[in-house]
Design a binder for this molecule. Structure first.
Ligand code: GDP
Ligand code: MG
Length: 374
């Protein structure tokens, strides 16, 4: 028989114990705070206090079922191949994140395609010394907070932009903390060195105060003095990204079903749900059945950062995909699954679970929640 103490019931409902005791008195039962009451009585009290008790199938078991259905393939060490680094630019507002991304892209535009990159898919790629770097456009904070809240990690290296005429500001500190918490290496871009008031040394001092000791001060944090506006030292910065990437030994198995993370997604009037995804393992191909959060579908088309249609995307590639049934959320994992049917099944189950969560979050409380401590 299930029983719960008055104290525990009050905690779970977020009501005071005396309120519970009052309800019991109304029912003709005198109770103390430590008294155990039966499920039936607890249910009556919940009802009186405006809650509705619902039965929940254990969503934990459903999670496991879903995982089994997704059948994500384990990697064998011998199947792992080097992959390009995925970089996020972080920093305080107006310190030059957007300008730096622009400068990086410009540094890479060959004469033939100048001005040709118009399509925006939330990520881009540049080549430096014959090696690829993937840049996420999502402002660093969002990328880290919303993604990490979902257990997703998309960034290999963070470029921390600090304006040399302004120094470390609150969002700089936040960015440092996010990167540290995610265990992502930081490269500092000391920006706006072209400005008269620029003081890179002051920035380095303030970085030291935050526990980031730069190399020329005897530490191991790489810093590069740049001007996004005047395009100074941009190539040097990118070379440092490659250097750090090499140390990280980034690898993935391209020869399995694709897995990755949704970077951003929206409902496009003409094209339906569109999602920019980062492929992190395996290779995604047009026609593959996938599930992304509560959405499922067959990849109808893939568009790369240049706005060109592509047939396949391997590890560390960002592509926009069409063909999903719904709009997934940024930070959702996407997985290529064995069949269309599996994709639909998982998505339906997740939608069901999501609805249940929403019900719970409103004024309802589940039996399992109520009695989980017993
Ligand atoms: P964000 O908010 O971090 O994305 O910063 P922006 O890239 O929008 O830049 C904010 C302002 O700083 C803009 O007016 C830029 O033109 C300016 N800016 C960015 N980088 C530099 C630089 O290297 N030198 C100078 N002088 N101005 C810069
Ligand atoms: Mg910006």
């Amino acid at each position: 028989d299930n029983k719960i103490t008055v104290q525990d019931l009050s905690t779970k409902l977020g009501k005071s114990a005396s309120e519970i005791i009052m309800q019991l008195m109304k029912m003709g039962t005198m109770a103390t705070i430590n008294q155990e009451i039966s499920f039936d009585i607890a249910a009556l009290i919940c009802n009186e206090l405006g809650y509705t008790l619902i039965k929940n199938e254990s969503s934990e078991i459903e999670e496991l079922e879903i995982e089994a259905l997704m059948d994500i393939e384990e990697d064998d060490e011998k199947d792992l191949m080097p992959r390009p680094p995925v970089v996020t630019v972080m920093g305080h507002v107006d310190h030059g994140k957007t300008s730096l991304l622009d400068a990086i892209r410009d540094s890479n535009v060959t004469s033939g395609e100048a001005g040709g990159i118009t399509q925006h898919i939330g990520a881009s790629e540049v080549m430096i010394n014959g090696q690829k770097i993937v840049l996420l456009d999502t402002p660093g904070h969002e990328a880290f907070t919303s993604m990490r809240a979902r257990g997703a990690q998309v960034t290999d290296i963070a470029i921390l932009v600090v304006a040399a005429d302004d120094g470390i500001m609150p969002q700089t500190v936040e960015a440092i903390n996010h990167a540290k918490a995610a265990n992502v290496p930081i490269i500092v871009a000391i920006n706006k060195i072209d400005k008269p008031g620029a003081s890179p040394d002051k920035v380095k001092q303030e970085l030291a105060d935050q526990g980031l000791l730069v190399e020329d001060w005897g530490g191991d944090v790489i810093s590069v003095e740049v001007s996004a506006k005047k395009r100074i030292n941009i190539e040097n910065l990118l070379e440092m990204v490659l250097l750090v990437a090499e140390v990280e030994e980034l690898k993935a198995n391209p020869n399995k079903r694709a897995v990755g993370t949704v970077i951003e997604a929206e409902l496009d009037k003409g094209r339906g749900p569109v999602a920019t995804v980062l492929v992190q393992g395996g290779t995604l191909r047009v026609g593959d059945p996938i599930v992304a959060g509560v959405a499922s579908g067959k990849v109808r088309a893939m568009i790369n950062y240049k706005g060109k249609r592509v047939k396949q995307a391997g590890p560390s590639t960002a592509v926009e995909i069409l063909g999903l049934s719904d709009v997934p959320s940024g930070g959702d994992q996407f997985v290529e699954v064995p069949s269309d049917k599996t994709a639909r099944l998982i998505a339906e189950k997740r939608q069901e679970m999501q609805r249940e969560e929403m019900l719970k979050a409103s004024s309802k409380i589940s039996l399992d929640d109520l009695f989980e401590q017993m």
